[in-house]
Design a protein around this ligand. Sequence first.
Ligand code: DX5
Ligand code: ZN
Length: 211
Amino acid sequence: MTLVAPSILSADFSRLGDEIRAVEAAGADWIHIDVMDGHFVPNITIGPGVVKDLRPSTELPFDVHLMITEPERSIEAFAEAGADIVTVHAEAADHLHRLIGQIHDAGCKAGVSLNPGSPLSLVENVVSDLDLLLVMTVNPGFGGQSFIASMLPKIEQASHMIGGRDVYLQVDGGVDDGNIGLLEERGVDVVVAGSAVFGTPDYAAAIKKLK
Ligand code: DX5
Ligand code: ZN
């Protein structure tokens, strides 16, 4: 069954700890944390200090999605703050292979993300080194955007590229109960869901519907 990682970007930021406890109780598998620097993407969200303070609120894995330039400067800080998975953008990395090693050396699982406009070829030489490949189905920066359906062939190709390797295929952006079936059919292991969970009054019902 596809794992569901609610994105706290769509949660109530005045009560993030409560929101995390609520989605854990509602059946979430991972907690997806969107880190934005106002540079790689226009929006600015949270840093390692907030991640550290949220860490005691759950035992679920923290899936930290770094939408920042020069990610090599922040890997250790997010690892020490309690990240389990650290995902960087291929477009933000000058030395992607080295960066994946840096994430592993910091004790985390390593993910690489691709913007909608970026080809899979950016990651084909490092796929064996990865723990997670994230295919974005919106242009990163904001929650609540529409799913870009033209990414479906790329998702299918990503699944073939991973083959039998132990690499999670994750999709992020505009996922809802109307498109999750198309993702599961194409071999997606983990979906990120922001507004499809936090934008509803009943998180348990929302997660159940996705599953
Ligand atoms: C977008 C973020 C997503 C976002 C998803 O830049 O990476 O994780 O929170 O939100 P929805 O599910 O509402 O598109
Ligand atoms: Zn994300």
